[in-house]
Every structure is written in structure tokens, then in C-alpha cells.
Design a binder for this molecule. Structure first.
Ligand SMILES: Cc1cc2nc3c(=O)[nH]c(=O)nc-3n(C[C@H](O)[C@H](O)[C@H](O)COP(=O)(O)O)c2cc1C
Ligand code: SF4
Length: 801
């Protein structure tokens, strides 16, 4: 190309370059709408891809889940329970074979009915008598009188110079002591101190904690490893019963029935050392007179012992010529037994005796030259035993039933309950849902609160149940079928919703929505997993596309291990250490701490199957101060997906008062928040992946969550995709829980990450209060701010009532 041509081409290019902006401008003017639309679409597509990718990032885990094996003790397996085969996860837990109780085998000399088992000799010149006053009280009467007795005894001994060997009486609530420390053998004491027991008891013909005491005495007496009169080192005992003749006029009707039984068992356990006859008083009649008589008699018996004259003459122990009928029957059987043994040429040594010997020091020979007798083979006189009657947990005639229904609970069958909670009513009126909406997207007007077991194995200080609630360690009541319970609770719930129709402020659309239950909180009161058919009941709910949040008290490891996966599984963590837990939950199980920690291990093992939650209820003065590290230890052990921290709600009952709970024990929200911050800090220092996710200041509740599992792209995603949960349950969607089955990796179910829902809304995040901006916040007169406030972009309307 020559120079001229090159110049022309360059000129032409420059001209066209000069024209380019004009052309571009023209193109822009002609196509700007379609260009803008395409650009927006492109950006949207880009974000969508990113979102899907991050969502998948929450859902996927490439590695198969290792199963942890947790040992369950045979005694934890539910007795008298039809146990349902769990759908999943029981393989994760080794279930030991239930060992059958061996027949009772006694090695040693059977105590004759005529000679007392003496126990150590009391030397009145050197030895001291330690009176112990025990009581059990459900509504406070016996506690009051027991304290009076202890005080009167104390004054009597200090005013009377002859009583110098009688020590200051000690008062013990049977709910707090370890039975093993006092009722297997007498407690440890100074070498020259011997014990004298006084026991004051009410009677209850419903299942209460009292029955637990009775069962313990009976078990101790029947335990083949323990001397059947293991309390014979006591100097003596006496029982006083409080009853009500209005309801139980005679002994045949049950007047003071449990005191009578305790008296009987104590006679056996002490080798008949009844120092003064059983006293009984009618709370609505002669109680004070009878109690005074009894105390004077007991004092005389103590004076006799202190003077070295023992328990008196006549029939062992009582100084009374006739023992109670029941003991005579027992003795008659025993003598019958003795004679049948004498007829046997040579008593054979039982195979079980070897087993017993293996127990070493636990077996106590009653005499050195004792003949070994196998009581398992003799023929006993046939005794017609009454067929045991299975009781209803909450019969319609019981005071518990009356109290519950008065408070608005509907009792379904004889052991289930349902109640509309205040948040359901509040949501129906557009005044806000509970924290479950802020954290997990559950609208309170779509939620039903229910329990299939009103009974539980704790007596928590913050429980509202006024003390007369049914308690027990095993399920032994008439059992209602799961479909009957489901129909009953849903019908009762809808009935209660319908009753809200005329309440001012109820929103029509919410009322209509509420006629389809979407969620069930199995947490009302009691212990839902105590119900033997809980798995069937949960399955019915899931089939009806009702999601389930189940709260348990960590006292039933076997049931927890076998539970079908629920939408969200809660364990109440009421304290961070054994002592504190004993004080606050007042558990009935002696091995409550072991049960509790095993439940944490089970929760850890099952954290890949369902969302797991620790529920901490903070009670000032009980379980807050100095316990942050302890709670962090428990979190580290169980690795729950979430930790909900909530201030206790004061129930304002006399029961709470008796437990020493007042308004002073209710922490302020600032105190709860400070506690949560300290806990988050402690977890951070331990490199545990928890952060404070959300709050609901209105119900004094803050949520911590596992960042690695419930955050998406750096934002909290604590809400639940309920539809996905049901699809996973029905098999319409495939889960991603992979396990090693016979050496092969297989999808065995779903994981919590499979049904993670939307991101936590801005207003619910930590620092933003957690009140749904669509609702109207209502304050009581003089409590809240008076004008409409601006909060972020959302308007929070404030109305005073
Ligand atoms: C549900 C219930 C069942 C009761 N059952 C009996 C009973 O079987 N026999 C009896 O003599 N008194 C019975 N009573 C009366 C109590 O034993 C009596 O009120 C006692 O003083 C309660 O003591 P507390 O306040 O220490 O618990 C019953 C009371 C209630 C509330
Ligand atoms: S576990 Fe629940 S129902 Fe049972 S005593 Fe505690 S608060 Fe009450």
C-alpha cells in the first residue's frame, strides 16, 4: 500500500471513529429499554446462580456420617411400656438386653418373729441419739407440721437436763435427700452417735412423689443384695400420717394409707424397731391433738433409750404386745417357711448364692454361724393377691383435673392436655407471634401447644403445676391410643380457636388460617416422650403435615434414643452442673445426672438427623451466676444446632413460693442478653462455631446458632422450610444423610441442612428486637413508648391498652 492510500484509510477510520459516539447514542436511544431489561435480567440471573450455589453449600456434605454408640443402662429401658420400633437411628444406640430380676435369695439367718434384730448395742453412758425428722409434702401442710415437731423437740431437749445425750434434731425433706444415704443403711455419723427416725407424711391416692419413696423402701427390702433389715442399726423409728377424713373417712377408704404403708416397711427394714405407734391426724379435724400426743409419746421413747432402757419390753421394737396384722401375716408365712425348710433334709446352696458372693462387701451376713438358706425353692402358702388396678393419670374426679380445666386446659383421655397459648391469641389479633416466628417462621395462630403426658419425673421450681401434678419414674397408667389423642387435641384446639371468634380485634384472615393447624409444640407441661406411643403420635402429625417441636427434660435416655426424628428436638438444660440441676429441677431419678449427660450424648449422635436445640431457662439466684463455663461444657459435649436462652416466666403460684421462687428470680432482658454475650464469648474462645443469631426481646429470648450449619453466605438462615421437611418425610424429596451401611456409602435419610428455610429476617436479627413489623405492639398502660416509632425501614406501631 502507498503512502496516499494509507493516509486515506487512516482518515476514513478517524472519521468513522468520530462518528461512533453519535451512532452509539443513536443505538442507545433506539434500544435502551430492551438493553436495560437484558442487563437487569443478567444481574438477576447471576445472583440466582450465586444463591443456588450458596444454598447447595449449606445442604451438601460430602463425607458420610460416623455413627456414635451410646451405652444405655438396662434400668433406663421403659418398664410397662409398649416400645415402638424406631424408624431410624436406634442403630446408633446400643440397647442392652433387659436383665430379668433374679429371684430374691437370702444368705443368712431369717429373723424370728419373736427376736428383734438387735443391731449395735446402745451405750447410754457414752452414746448420743441423733433424731432425724423426715417429711414429704406436696402442698406444704406436712412441711409446716414437721418443722413444728422438730422445733418442739429441740426446745424439749434443751429444757430438760436428762436429755444431754439427745442431739439437736435435724429436719429433712424427702424430696431433696438421696434415699440411698438414709434408707438403705443409716447415715454415716460419729462412732458414738446413733440415729432415731421420725417420719411425717401426707397421703395421696394419685401418683405422686410419695409413691417413689414407698417404692424405694419396698425395693430396698426386696433387694437380694441388701440385708432385708438393713436399717436395724437405727435406735428406733416412728411414723405420723396426715390425712383428710372428709374425703377418706376410714382406713378402709384410704385414710392415711401411705403413712400406714411406710410404717409397715420401716418395721421390716429396721427389724421391728417401732419406738412409738403410728400416729394419724385428720387435717380438717383432730390433727393438732393427735400430733401433740404422738410427739409426747416419741419424747418418752427417746427418754427411755437415753436412759439405757431400750425400746421397752414385749414384742420387739414397739413395747406393745401386738404387732400390726400385716406383719403377723408376714411372720406366719415366714414361720411356715421355716418349718418347710426344716423338713428339707439338707438345704441346698443356690446357684445364685455364688453370684451374690461375687458382690463381695455388699452382702452382709446376719450371723457368723448362719446356715445358708435358699428361699427361692420353698413352697409358700398361696396368698390371693388382688389384681393390680391400673390407674388413670389424671382422672376426671381428681383435683389436678379440676385445677387444669380451671386454668383453661383441655384434658384429652386421661393423660394428655392441650391449651391455646397467649401468643396464639395475640397472633389472631395481629399483636405479634412468639419467638418461634422470629427465629423459625412459625406463626403462633397456626400453632397448637399440647402434651401426651401431663406427668413428668421432675418437680422443677418454676413449674406452674402447684405440686399436685402426677409425677413418676415409670409409665404405669391407663394408656390412650395415639389416634385418639391426636383427634382429641386437634378437636379441642379448634374448639378453643372458634371461641375466639367474637373477641375484639381478631383478624378475619388469621382466624380462617388458624382453622388448619400447621405446627405442634409438644412442650406444654409434663414429659411428652414419657408417653409409650409417642413415635406413632409424631408420625400421625407428620403425615398430616403438622411440624413438631418436641421438648424433653433429659431424664429418659432410652426413649430419646428411640424417638423418630422430629422437626426440631429440644432438651431442657435447666442447670450446668449436678448440684444446681438437683436444686432447680428436683428430679425423682437418683441417677438424674447420668441420665442427663447420656441424653446429651444421644443428642450429639442425632444432630445429623434433625435440628437439635438446647433450651436454657435462666432463673436468677439458681442457675445464672458463675455457670457460663459449665453451660459451654454442655454445649461442647452435645453440639446442638441451636441454643435458645430464655428468662424464666414467673407463674406466681404458692408452689413457686414454696420452692423459694419470687419475682426477684426473674432476670431482666438486659441480664439475659449479658449472659448470652458472655456465653458466646466463652464458645468463641473454645473455637466452637456459635454466634448470636436472633432475638425476641418481647419474650426475653435470644438465639445462638451454629454458624457452619445455619448461615448462608454469611447471613443467618435459622428459619425452616416446612414443606421440604414434609416432602422428605413422605419420600417426595431425597435427603442427603449418607452413612456407611455394610461397607457401602448410602443415603439413609435427611439432615437438618436439607430443610433449612429462608434467611432470618432483618428485624429478627440480634440487635433489632425481633418484633414482626407487620403486627401492632400493644403495651399495658404506662409501660411502653407512647408514639409511633421508626425502626429501620419498618414502622412499629404502638398502642396502649
Ligand atoms: C389429690 C389428693 C389425694 C389425696 N388422697 C388422700 C388419701 O388417699 N388419703 C388421705 O387420708 N388423704 C388424702 N388426701 C389429703 C392429703 O393427704 C392432706 O390434704 C394432706 O394434709 C396434704 O398434705 P401436704 O400439704 O403436706 O401435701 C389427698 C389430697 C389430695 C389433694
Ligand atoms: S419438665 Fe416441665 S413439666 Fe416437668 S416439672 Fe419441669 S417445667 Fe414442669
Amino acid at each position: 500500500m502507498d503512502n496516499f492510500t494509507t493516509q486515506r484509510t487512516t482518515m476514513a477510520s478517524l472519521t468513522s471513529l468520530e462518528q461512533l459516539p453519535a451512532e452509539l447514542l443513536l443505538i442507545w436511544h433506539t434500544h435502551r429499554i430492551s438493553l436495560l431489561v437484558s442487563a437487569v435480567a443478567l444481574v438477576a440471573a447471576f445472583h440466582l446462580v450465586r444463591l443456588l450455589r450458596t444454598r447447595r453449600a449449606v445442604v451438601e456434605t460430602p463425607t458420610p456420617i460416623e455413627k456414635e454408640v451410646i451405652e444405655l443402662k438396662p434400668e433406663w429401658l421403659p418398664e410397662n411400656t409398649t416400645f415402638l420400633a424406631p424408624a431410624v437411628a436406634t442403630e446408633a444406640v446400643a440397647r442392652p438386653q433387659k436383665t430379668r430380676k433374679a429371684p430374691k435369695t437370702v444368705r443368712g439367718q431369717k429373723a424370728s418373729s419373736k427376736t428383734p434384730l438387735s443391731g449395735p448395742i446402745f451405750n447410754h453412758e457414752t452414746d448420743n441419739i441423733q433424731p432425724l425428722v423426715f417429711f414429704q409434702s406436696l402442698s406444704g401442710t406436712t412441711e409446716r407440721y414437721a418443722a413444728q415437731v422438730a422445733k418442739a423437740l429441740s426446745e424439749w431437749r434443751s429444757q430438760n437436763g436428762d436429755n444431754s445425750s439427745i442431739l439437736e434434731p435435724q429436719l429433712h425433706d424427702l424430696s431433696y435427700i438421696e434415699f440411698d444415704d438414709f434408707f438403705i443403711t443409716p447415715p454415716k455419723a460419729e462412732p458414738n452417735t446413733r440415729h432415731f427416725y421420725l417420719i411425717l407424711l401426707p397421703s395421696y391416692n394419685i401418683d405422686t412423689v410419695l409413691q417413689n419413696f414407698l417404692d424405694n423402701l419396698q425395693e430396698t427390702h426386696n433387694d437380694f443384695r441388701i440385708d432385708s433389715a438393713s436399717l436395724n442399726a437405727l435406735l428406733g423409728y416412728s411414723v405420723f400420717g396426715l390425712g383428710d377424713k372428709e374425703g377418706w373417712p376410714t382406713e378402709e377408704d384410704g385414710f392415711c394409707s401411705q403413712a400406714r404403708e411406710v410404717d409397715k416397711w420401716m418395721a421390716r427394714l429396721t427389724g421391728r424397731k417401732r419406738a412409738y405407734p403410728l400416729g394419724m391426724g385428720d387435717v380438717k379435724g383432730d390433727l393438732e391433738v393427735r400430733l401433740e400426743e404422738w410427739r409426747t409419746g416419741v419424747q418418752e421413747a427417746l427418754t427411755e433409750i437415753a436412759a439405757g432402757r431400750g425400746l421397752g419390753e414385749g414384742v420387739p421394737g414397739s413395747g406393745d404386745p401386738v404387732e400390726s396384722d400385716e406383719e403377723d401375716v408376714d411372720d406366719a408365712e415366714d414361720s411356715d417357711t421355716d418349718s418347710s425348710i426344716q423338713k428339707t433334709s439338707k438345704p441346698k446352696r443356690s446357684a445364685r448364692v455364688d453370684d451374690v458372693e461375687d458382690l463381695g462387701g455388699m452382702v452382709k451376713d446376719t450371723a457368723d454361724d448362719a446356715t445358708e438358706i435358699d428361699f427361692t425353692t420353698y413352697k409358700v402358702k398361696k396368698k390371693t393377691k388382688p389384681t393390680p388396678v391400673v390407674k388413670e393419670m389424671v382422672p376426671t374426679t381428681s383435683p389436678t383435673y379440676a385445677a387444669l380445666t380451671k386454668q383453661g386446659y383441655s384434658i384429652i383421655g386421661s393423660h394428655s392436655g392441650v391449651k391455646i397459648c397467649r401468643w396464639t391469641k395475640s397472633a389472631l389479633r395481629g399483636r405479634g407471634s412468639c419467638y418461634k416466628y422470629s427465629f423459625y417462621g412459625i406463626q403462633s395462630h397456626l400453632c397448637m401447644e399440647a402434651t401426651p403426658s401431663l406427668s413428668c419425673s421432675n418437680k422443677c421450681v418454676f413449674c406452674w403445676r402447684h405440686g399436685t401434678n402426677p409425677v413418676g419414674t415409670t409409665w404405669r397408667w391407663v394408656t390412650d391410643a395415639p389416634d385418639v389423642i391426636f383427634d382429641g387435641i386437634t378437636t379441642a384446639h379448634y374448639k378453643k380457636i372458634k371461641m375466639m371468634k367474637g373477641v375484639p380485634g381478631v383478624r378475619a384472615e388469621r382466624f380462617a388460617e388458624a382453622m388448619r393447624i400447621r405446627h405442634c409444640a409438644l412442650s406444654l407441661v409434663g414429659e411428652p416422650i414419657f408417653y409409650p406411643h409417642i413415635n406413632e403420635l409424631l408420625t400421625i402429625m407428620h403425615r398430616s403435615r403438622i411440624s413438631t417441636f418436641l421438648v424433653c427434660n433429659a431424664q429418659h435416655p432410652a426413649q430419646l434414643a428411640a424417638l423418630v426424628p422430629v422437626t426440631q428436638l429440644y432438651v431442657s438444660i435447666d442447670a450446668s452442673n449436678k448440684e444446681s440441676l438437683r436444686k432447680i429441677d428436683r428430679p425423682l431419678h437418683r441417677d438424674f445426672w447420668e441420665r442427663f449427660t447420656t441424653c446429651l450424648d444421644i443428642l450429639r449422635a442425632r444432630r445429623f438427623e434433625q435440628r437439635t436445640v438446647f433450651r436454657l431457662t435462666l432463673v436468677k439466684g439458681f442457675n445464672m451466676a458463675e455457670e457460663v463455663r459449665g453451660y459451654a461444657d454442655l454445649i461442647e459435649r452435645a453440639l446442638p444446632g441451636f441454643v435458645e436462652v430464655k428468662g424464666v416466666t414467673y407463674c406466681g403460684t404458692s408452689a413457686a413460693g414454696t420452692a423459694g421462687l419470687t419475682m426477684q428470680n426473674v432476670p431482666f432482658y438486659e441480664e439475659v442478653s449479658a449472659f448470652v454475650e458472655a456465653l458466646a464469648q466463652e464458645l468463641e474462645e473454645r473455637k466452637l462455631p456459635y454466634g448470636i443469631a436472633a432475638e425476641h426481646a418481647h419474650s426475653c429470648c435470644v438465639l445462638l446458632a451454629d454458624r457452619t450449619r445455619f448461615q448462608r453466605n454469611g447471613r443467618w438462615a435459622t428459619r425452616i422450610d416446612y414443606e421440604k421437611f414434609f416432602d422428605l418425610f413422605e419420600g417426595k424429596a431425597q435427603g442427603t444423610r449418607i452413612e456407611n451401611v455394610a461397607g457401602k456409602e448410602e443415603v439413609v435419610g435427611w439432615r437438618p441442612e436439607d430443610y433449612v428455610g429462608d434467611e432470618t429476617p432483618e428485624w429478627a436479627l440480634w440487635g433489632n428486637g425481633g418484633f414482626d413489623p407487620r403486627d401492632v405492639r400493644v403495651y399495658r398502660k404506662g409501660k411502653g413508648p407512647k408514639k409511633v416509632e421508626e425502626k429501620g425501614e419498618a414502622k412499629v406501631s404502638v398502642v396502649e391498652i
